[in-house]
Design a protein around this ligand. Structure first.
Ligand code: PFF
Length: 452
């Protein structure tokens, strides 16, 4: 199907796709969420399950999602409709696209709040208050900050406004250029923080915590969280990689590009973990502190270094960039859909989506202060939206993609789009996509609800 119904832009090169997809993958999930989830779930065993999920479930689904996008060349909803028609399957498959649009919306609503914290810290860290701060001090400053609905709401508003502005301008251009310089810079900063952590006095303990699996500490809920994190971190199961795949020129190798992206994403998460846990142990903090973990640990390091305020400012600026390139990917399925089906201009589609996410995000802003007692199933609105999306909606969306690519789409089409020269490589991908990914997700779901 070479005919294109809509005139979406295309990436200028393979590198442009890799940069955009890494921009979507690398974000708060790696720097903020991975460490705090690993900390809450006992460390090594969680990390091992996470790595297995990335390799056996995440990477095959990432390839599948990209190839569906390139074949369909539209927003996820319309791509699924077109591909279902081509495969003579039920048009109901387009609900997979809907699930993605809704997941993206829900995730962005709280993602923007946490990104707002990181943005605020760019400015906060440049304050005498942080000089030689200890663990108790940095925890106090963080708690003070997050308990103000006005401040947190303000930063959330600014972050959503920035996301909307970038999304209204389209996927390439500025974003491509920003990512090109931001990624290597972020990597360098993490290397520097890892070196700092090596001399912090807690390095051995930190490494052991992350890499010595102790399965007695891992529950069914922890396994589910690890799988959810694999989907979240790679940015899978909600159509944003599908949209990016739809802008991919046809000669580019999907398999190689996805491997690069998944490798970079995993490396950044592990490097963030290696920077943070030594600080946790060296300062007598608890690994299971939750969503505030990086905001309570890293400022201690910045406060001790000479010139640490500058280092901290650069670091949180890079976190901001990493977050905004992910945020744009989260909003893209909704924007692409609105421009196609509602015939809105890109700018209008971005503004409507942005306002919707901002409004929904207020529930997460308040979860850390005035609504912290408003709980359903023992969870605040922030925790509920986070769990519902990462641990349920993304895996379900991902399995739909795997089942479609592995069972519904004709095998020749998948072969043709993946263009793997080595037959065996195709067989491995096909096997993982048809059997391992759907069965893996099903087993983890059943285990978590106590059926197994
Ligand atoms: N992968 C992003 C992160 O790790 O921060 C978050 C994300 C982006 C999730 C895009 C889902 C998505 F489609």
């Amino acid at each position: 199907m070479t005919e294109q119904r809509y005139f979406h832009a295309q990436w200028s090169s393979r590198m442009a796709f890799i940069l955009a997809a890494s921009g979507s993958a690398i974000g708060l999930g790696n720097i903020w969420k991975f460490p705090y989830l690993a900390g809450e779930n006992g460390g090594g065993a969680f990390v091992l399950v996470y790595l297995l999920c990335v390799a056996a479930i995440g990477i095959p689904i990432m390839m599948a999602e990209t190839l569906l996008g390139r074949r369909g060349r539209q927003s996820p909803i319309n791509t699924m409709l077109t591909l279902a028609e081509e495969a003579k399957a039920s048009p109901d498959w387009h609900y997979a696209g809907w699930l993605g649009v809704i997941s993206g919306f829900l995730i962005l609503s709280y993602y923007s709040v946490i990104a707002g914290w990181a943005t605020a810290y760019i400015f906060k860290i440049n304050s005498a208050l942080f000089e030689h701060i200890n663990a108790a001090g940095s925890t106090r400053l963080f708690n003070e900050f997050k308990s103000s609905p006005v401040f947190v709401g303000l930063w959330h508003t600014l972050f959503m406004a920035a996301t909307t502005l970038i999304a209204s301008r389209g996927v390439s251009g500025g974003l491509e250029r920003t990512t090109r310089f931001m990624m290597p810079a972020l990597l360098l900063m993490l290397v520097a923080l890892d070196f700092y952590a090596m001399n912090s006095g807690g390095f051995g303990q930190g490494v052991a915590f992350l890499f010595n699996p102790d399965f007695s500490k891992l529950t069914g809920a922890g396994v589910l969280a690890a799988m959810g994190q694999a989907f979240f971190s790679l940015g899978l199961g909600m159509g944003s990689i599908m949209v990016y795949g739809s802008y991919l020129p046809s000669h580019v190798s999907i398999a190689r590009s996805t491997l690069v992206v998944a490798g970079a994403d995993t490396a950044v998460a592990l490097m963030a973990g290696l920077a943070i846990f030594p600080l946790v142990f060296a300062n007598g903090l608890e690994p299971s502190m939750g969503p505030g973990l990086i905001f309570q640990t890293l400022p201690i390091a910045f406060g001790q270094m000479s010139g640490g305020w500058l280092f901290g400012m650069v670091f949180f600026s890079l976190v901001f960039f990493a977050a905004i390139t992910s945020a744009v990917a989260l909003i893209e399925p909704a924007v692409a859909f609105m421009t196609e089906n509602l015939r809105l201009s890109r700018a209008d589609a971005a503004i409507y989506s942005g306002i919707g996410c901002w409004f929904l995000g207020l529930a997460s802003v308040f979860s850390f202060n005035i609504w912290s007692d408003v709980q359903m199933f023992g969870k605040t609105p922030f925790e509920l939206v986070d769990m519902l999306t990462a641990e349920f909606m993304l895996p379900v969306g991902g399995v739909m993609v795997a089942v479609f690519a592995g069972w519904v789409m004709r095998r020749e089409i998948a072969e043709q789009e993946l263009e793997l020269t080595d037959r065996r490589q195709f067989e491995i991908w096909y096997f993982l996509t048809r059997y391992v990914a759907p069965a893996g997700v099903a087993i983890i779901f059943l285990d978590a609800v106590g059926v197994l």
